[in-house]
Write a protein that binds this ligand. Sequence first.
Ligand code: SAM
Length: 189
Amino acid sequence: MGALDDAADAERDGYDDLQMSYHAVQPNRWTFRSDKIRRWVEERLQGRVLNACAGRTKLVHDGEIVRNDIDEDRDADLHVDVCEIGDELEAGSFDTVVYDPPFSQYQSNRSYEGREVGDDALAKRQFDDLLAPGGRFIQFGFTTTGMPMSLGYERREVAVFNTLGRMNDYLAVVDEKPGESAAEPRWFK
Ligand SMILES: C[S@@+](CC[C@H](N)C(=O)[O-])C[C@H]1O[C@@H](n2cnc3c(N)ncnc32)[C@H](O)[C@@H]1O
């Protein structure tokens, strides 16, 4: 549908508990080098974690973190395209997926030697396969799209990271997969 056609808002139920927060930050291209952003992410990790576009920053967590980055120069356990990552890891074996890809083609060219995620929907299908029931999907970007509604995820949180005019603001979402999580529950402080 084009922008000038009839509007058709989607019904999204179950958002009564949606948490929203606002933070002023000054990140560089390694998003989690910002102390405020890194702490925000670390507080939301539960169980076994996949850091799917790990970059340079190492997150601290009391469970296992599997790091992936397509760039062979990054210190990571795996170097695969997120669109194919489901072939490398066991389905349903993660309690949290952190997804901080290049936010745009411009960012990709400027900061990550043109490396990018070619098919965001395909990447998200991989993450859905890898997440256990009740698993948590944490995404950074210029959008709050998150996991597809059709997969039944529930939006738990939206955060705005105001970069104080240095670049577009960063948005982050936490979406929860349907089902009961076996991971030790840890929710927002
Ligand atoms: C925004 S940076 C991640 C920064 C990281 N969170 C940090 O704080 O250090 C994006 C990363 O995604 C990686 N990347 C780009 N395309 C990818 C793909 N298709 N699959 C996996 N990693 C990819 C880049 O190499 C880059 O390191």
